[in-house]
Design a protein around this ligand. Structure first.
Ligand SMILES: [Zn+2]
Length: 193
């Protein structure tokens, strides 16, 4: 069942991992949380365990996702933040009841409230987005150089010169395309081919 759905693109930053559940926004978009259960799966992988998710909650999650994408994109290019996106992010942040707890091993664990846990999980994601967009964390918001992607990502490299949202996907594809173009230029037709 599981492999009927596209894999998740996971990074080290929660908010931009979340926006990466929709990829290739400027090409042929790939929806990586096509069903409520896939959102449940994604949240579990990211330490936000919920029991179930309704269609309406998935809808809300996608609304938050696109709001984070819009606000992060604006922040990356130093535009004014879109008011509607800011409102959705703030609403999601305010409406959740999640608490960070420290495990005996010294790890952070999110304890979600008992009632509407998806809303609690979304509040954690919204708070993470706020921290990044507000410049509270060490790093730089940037847009992926791939013309079919243009995802907003959080660059924590020392030089702050990362070009792609993900080296293994967009970065690799770009590299392959360049090699391909170079090979095509150099290649001469050989007899029998
Ligand atoms: Zn990309």
């Amino acid at each position: 069942m599981r492999d009927r759905f596209p894999d998740f693109r996971l990074g080290s930053v929660l908010a931009t991992s979340f926006t990466a559940t929709l990829t290739e926004r400027c090409g042929n978009p790939v929806e990586r949380i096509p069903t409520p259960q896939r959102l449940v799966d994604w949240l579990a992988v990211n330490g936000l365990v919920v029991q179930f998710c309704t269609a309406a909650q998935l809808e809300r999650a996608r609304e938050l996702r696109e709001s984070v994408h819009a606000a992060a994109t604006a922040a990356a290019v130093h535009d004014a933040l879109p008011a509607q996106a800011v409102r959705v992010i703030n609403d999601c942040s305010v409406q959740g009841r999640a608490a960070a707890v420290l495990t005996p091993e010294g790890n952070r664990h999110w304890r979600l409230g008992s009632a509407s846990r998806v809303a609690d999980a979304l509040s954690v994601i919204a708070a993470d987005a706020i921290a990044i967009i507000a410049g509270e964390r060490d790093g730089r918001l940037a847009l992926c150089a791939s013309p079919t992607c243009r995802a907003a990502f959080f660059d924590t490299s020392r030089s702050r010169t990362r070009k792609w949202c993900d080296m293994n996907t967009c970065g690799n594809r770009e590299k392959k395309a360049r090699l391909h173009a170079r090979a095509a230029k150099q290649q001469r037709p050989r007899p029998g081919e």
